[in-house]
Design a protein around this ligand. Structure first.
Ligand code: GLU
Length: 487
């Protein structure tokens, strides 16, 4: 019999009880890359049945993070809070087929049994005492106003197995699993019920999620079996750890994805960095005589992505590596594409450039080799975009504290005013001749001029900077050096 390959359907299913965090974004990215690689469908589902902890703000934050990272979805967002009927229907099927039952044990009863189990040194697990209540009796008790949850009837014996695409064959003893709750007494489904009901209803072929869900999977596998459904492919992603090898948390710095945007990280850099957090592209990226490649375009990531490349060991989040990616990307951007990101940074600090667009693009190109983050364009680099900029105090102290140098720079400025043909070569020639005439090292003037012109001790080549700023600005900024007060 020929089997027609099934089109893949993969989802990202965040709970909006927090913003999109690094781990979630990595799960989303792997799912997205897998969907795009296989030409399948990527579905976004918001798991918002924890009404108390979910909020619209969090949903908005998650969508914003997804968009920032360029992870577009083909279906959704679906909201579980709007799909309660599907879960009720699924539970009804499970009760009818004998796979689930009503449990009338109260919270207090359960707690006291749990406490006695703890005292006796045994694992607190639901003892199954409501299993044998006939359905008709359960219905009658509920009709009389008694409250009940619905529990899944876990087989007492045997094992539940599944094949994980990352971790290989998995096996769990059923005796270790308790009769878990599917539906709370208020009709709200638990995670296990809603996730399986939705994954079936939405015809997911692959479930890609964090390894923290590995222990949930046997329960869900039992639900698939009970519902007569075949299993999707499970792929659990290794955890992301901080540099100290504990699970990544706020202690290690920002965990929310948008906080990285606020730090001046460009989305492509973050995405490239995330993609290699627990996945490697394999032989394609190996270079004959050099280090493995680490920079991949989105198209390349999509082309190379496979579940086989997912690591089995936990990944370590390395901030220096992220900074490296960011620098590489900021430098490689086409200036016209970088400009909108730079403009966003300017808006954030309420800055308006006073140069025109062509000049700004030229400045961006000039500055890119020295940029480390988008933030530089709204701080250290402001002297290139207008005349309102701050002088870096340390640079002033280092190179402009000598009053004589400041006077000479002003005089140099006056000479530049008379220069007829203002080019990189002529400005350099003039400075060197002027230094020789004054008996001062050209380097001292160059360093001083760099600070006077840009406010910074480091800058692109000084004469290229002069040409970019133009004669008039060079003259006035050098002349202004004379009136600088240096503490
Ligand atoms: N809503 C779950 C979470 O945010 C995801 C569940 C899943 O992917 O199965 O952890």
């Amino acid at each position: 019999m020929n089997t027609v390959p099934q089109a893949t359907r993969v989802r990202f299913a965040p709970s909006p009880t927090g913003f999109l965090h690094v781990g979630g974004a990595r799960t989303a990215l792997f799912s997205w890359l897998f969907a795009r690689h296989t030409g399948g469908t990527f579905i976004l589902r918001i798991e918002d049945t924890d009404f108390e902890r979910s909020s619209d703000d969090m949903v908005a934050g998650i969508l914003e993070g997804m968009r920032w990272l360029g992870m577009d979805w083909d279906e959704g967002p679906f909201y579980q809070s709007q799909r309660l009927e599907i879960y009720a229907r699924t539970v009804a099927r499970l009760i009818d087929s004998g796979h689930a039952y009503h449990c009338f044990c109260t919270r207090e009863e359960l707690e006291s049994r749990r406490a006695s189990a703890a005292e006796a040194g045994t694992v607190p697990r639901y003892d199954g005492r409501c299993r044998s209540i006939p359905q008709a009796e359960a219905a009658q008790r509920m009709a009389q106003g008694e409250r009940a949850v619905v529990r899944f009837r876990v087989p007492r014996e045997g094992v539940t197995t599944f094949q994980d695409a990352v971790f290989g064959p998995m096996e769990f003893a059923n005796a270790e699993l308790e009769d878990f709750v599917l539906l709370r007494s208020d009709g709200i489904p638990t995670y296990h019920l809603s996730v399986v009901a939705d994954d079936l209803d939405m015809r997911m072929t692959h479930i890609i999620r964090g390894a923290d869900h590995l222990s949930n999977t046997p329960k869900q596998v039992l639900l698939y079996h009970a519902l007569g459904a075949s299993l999707p492919v499970f792929a659990h992603l290794p955890l992301i750890l901080g540099p100290d090898k504990t699970r990544l948390s706020k202690r290690h710095g920002a965990t929310s994805v948008m906080a990285y945007k606020d730090m001046g990280i460009v989305p492509e850099a973050f995405r490239n960095f995330l993609a290699l957090l627990g996945w490697s592209p394999g032989a394609d990226a190996k270079q004959p005589n050099g280090p493995d490649r680490e920079i991949f375009s989105t198209e390349e990531l999509i082309r190379m992505f496979s579940l086989d490349g997912i690591a089995h060991s936990n990944a370590v989040f390395n901030n220096d590596k992220l900074a490296w990616y960011n620098t590489e990307y900021v430098r490689a951007y086409d200036p016209s594409l970088l400009l909108p990101l730079v403009e966003e940074e300017w808006r954030a600090v309420d800055y308006q450039p006073s140069r025109d667009r062509e000049e700004i693009l030229a400045a961006i190109a000039l500055l890119q080799p020295r940029a480390r983050s988008l933030k530089d364009f709204a701080s250290a680099f402001l002297a290139y975009f207008g005349d309102r900029f701050a002088m870096d105090a340390a640079a002033v102290k280092k190179f402009l504290s000598d009053a004589e140098v400041r006077q000479m720079l002003a005089e140099l400025g006056r000479q530049y005013a008379k220069l007829e043909n203002f080019t990189e070569a002529s400005t350099e020639e003039l400075l060197r001749a002027f230094a020789a005439e004054k008996g001062i090292k050209a380097g001292a003037l160059i360093n001083g001029a760099r600070v006077a012109l840009t406010g910074q001790a480091v800058a692109p080549g000084l004469f290229a900077v002069m040409l970019y700023l133009g004669q008039q600005r060079v003259v006035s900024r050098l002349e202004a050096a004379a009136s600088l007060t240096v503490e």
